[in-house]
Design a protein around this ligand. Sequence first.
Ligand SMILES: [Zn+2]
Length: 332
Amino acid sequence: MPCILESRREGLFCPAGGFFIDPRGKVDLAVITHAHSDHARGGHASYLCSDNTKPLLRIRLGLKAKIESIPFGEIIKIGDAFVSLHPAGHILGSCQVRVEVGGRVWVVSGDYKTQSDRTCESFEVINCHGFVTESTFALPVFEWLPEDDVYIQINDWWLNNAEREIPSILFAYSLGKAQRILAGVDRSIGPIFIHNAVSPFLPIYEKFGVNMPLVEKIGQGSKQNYTKGLIVAPPIVEDSSLLKQFGLAKRAFASGWMALRGLRRRRNFDKGFVLSDHADWKGLLDVIVATGAESVKITHGNGESLSRYLVEIGIDASILQGYGRGRQELLV
Ligand SMILES: [Zn+2]
């Protein structure tokens, strides 16, 4: 059987096509699953991504990066490999990469979720012989509520603060999560302010057809009144002096990690909203079974429990080795 993919120091490599998927280092051709910085790194000679990822990647990588894109589902030939990209439901433009060589098919999931999300394309199940899955939240304790339930929680918290004239700071990752929150909250409660890191991506989401509220950038204009406001900022500014201007604001974090109460307390948030752009335990299992894959490799997370569970139900599963550590693996 041909080797479809192999794990190398830089990441997953397709020998038949001569390309890497979401690599580190410097490679000739990087196929990128989505525009988050731990998947889309600078420095490669050329990039291939989905059409909707391209403008996001452009912001990340700058004008000089050589980026080509294809629509979801279009099959292209790279060397001796047939490659197509399919929606992963993680953030706008995010894709799974389907690689076919000599009639064998592997799919690399990138980050994904099956939950509904009005700000990106819905996840698509792809039948395959082998599936490389992420495992960020691969424990049974991670079980997401429907996103509309989480929006009700966020709106209640914001309204309660606004009625007492206390600003509400909601921390959310600047690409994907922040836009998802902006699109989902009740904009009648009060003004919405965003951090600079969130704003460059908004026009791209609007172009995709996502209905965004009117927002103001923090610090833009001298007469901003934050007392009834919702302030959306990335968690990286959590301890920065920038937040002093909001006085005794209430602070919350929107993340799948907020399912762990201890973490919320340790990080001193008033509130944690369990809203994730990754699949929960059940979502991972549903997808893996639905692909029909006979072989599953687990990356990006803590995959021991998932691996053990899959083996118990008769699927050949293990944690993907390589990436500069341990032995290199060949996926056939
Ligand atoms: Zn991601």
